[in-house]
Design a protein around this ligand. Structure first.
Ligand code: PLP
Length: 380
């Protein structure tokens, strides 16, 4: 098939993806193609992406450190801002050591490919984020996928495995469903079968747990088998990611994680911005409280109508539609009313489960939620 045919096919199947161009900052109100929208689309769950204290930290960071890191971490790109932030992140999540990566995608590629290889096995939840799946391919380990959240089947697969190293990988909060992994049960299985547990907390860090410490705090879990990954571009409002865990694990990543070793260090001014954001994340309990209120209000508002939200207690509130075209049409109808809610289609989600991914932010108001509920109800 030539490239044009492939694009035409995608278009015909309702699978052609298009970008929107935002004129200003991320937030509940965005301007696209000359029109203002109320948006329920970003992962800026705490409303920090456009916080003045973060912008100020970037400006001061630029004065102190300049703009570019200029080298990889292992040459001369590793600076005081990175080092301080790594310690702050480790302390915040209650693990011995942390390592910064430039993106969550790279962190996942790095961890999995550094820890397992050709003869090892990775056990992965069916609904894991694409970056975790790609990571397993890169590692060349054997991938065994288990049905979403099914600890019984996972237990069987682990018991059958004779691999020298076993790694269970899971999203903490599933990115397109908003539900939370059964982490206690997963950890118990990993400890019983001598497996590592990699938890991708991209959507829980800053949101779940005491002071936003994330999913390990939410479940009060601690174990040397846990390798924790979280991103810094979602609730934290900046960019990048980190991996935290046992000091030997972090040391192995520094030696072997290719997406860490062979890339230019994250700009130090962004590390300074993440430090500033972490202080706000811990301090502003009201952001998480307000978010919980918004989630409750949305679910109450849609409880009795035609639209079905999947069970979720997190800011990711999927409205299941089914067909690709139906999901696109609903998203378009909302857009015509000034609301931006993205339609999520395969391959991001399984076939016939296209949905609107409604995501809430502490920067939304109760009025914003009411407007969304009113417009949705008027469309049904
Ligand atoms: C967003 C996301 C990532 C990738 O993080 P980036 O920093 O955006 O590259 C990884 N895992 C999950 C579950 C995510 O939602």
């Amino acid at each position: 098939m030539n490239l044009r045919e492939e694009l035409d096919r995608r278009h015909a199947d309702g699978l052609l993806r298009r970008r929107l161009t935002l004129e200003g900052a991320q937030g509940p109100h965005v301007r696209v193609a000359g029109r203002d929208y109320l948006a329920f689309a970003s992962n800026d769950y705490l409303g920090l992406a456009n916080h003045p204290a973060l912008a100020e930290a970037v400006a001061q960071g630029a004065q102190r450190y300049g703009v570019g890191a200029g080298a990889s971490h292992l040459i001369v790109g590793h600076g005081r801002a990175h080092d301080t932030l790594e310690q702050e992140l480790a302390d915040f999540v209650g693990l011995p050591r942390a390592l910064l990566f430039s993106t969550g995608y790279m962190a996942n590629l790095g961890v999995v490919s550094a820890l397992v290889g050709r003869h090892d096995e990775v056990f992965a939840d069916k609904l894991n984020h694409a970056s975790l799946n790609d990571a397993v391919v890169l590692s060349r380990a054997r991938m065994r996928r288990y049905p979403h959240g099914d600890v019984r089947i996972l237990g069987r697969l682990l018991a059958e495995s004779a691999a020298p190293r076993k790694l269970v990988v899971t999203d903490g909060v599933f990115s397109m469903d908003g539900d939370v992994a059964p982490l206690k049960e997963l950890l118990a299985l990993c400890e019983r079968h001598g497996a590592f547990l990699l938890v991708d907390d991209a959507h829980g860090f800053g949101v779940l747990g005491a002071r936003g410490r994330g999913i390990l705090s939410h479940f009060a879990l601690a174990s040397p088998s846990i390798i924790y990954m979280a991103t810094l571009g979602k609730a934290i409002g900046v960019a990048g990611a980190f991996v935290a865990g046992h000091p030997d694990c972090v040391e192995i990543l520094i030696q072997r994680a290719r997406p860490y070793v062979y890339t230019t260090a994250f700009p130090p001014l962004l590390a300074a911005a993440v430090s500033a954001s972490l202080a706000i994340v811990q301090e502003d309990e009201w952001r998480r409280d307000h978010l919980a209120t918004l989630i409750r209000r949305l679910r109450q508002g849609l409880a009795s109508g035609r639209w079905r939200l999947s069970p979720s207690t997190t800011p990711i509130q999927p409205l299941l539609v089914g067909g690709n075209q139906e999901a696109l049409d609903l998203s378009e109808a909302l857009r015509a009313q000034g609301l931006l809610v993205p339609a999520i289609r395969p391959p991001t989600v399984p076939r016939d489960s296209a949905r609107l991914r409604i995501s809430l932010s502490a920067a939304h108001t109760l009025k914003d939620i009411e407007r969304l509920v009113d417009v949705l109800c008027a469309l049904s």
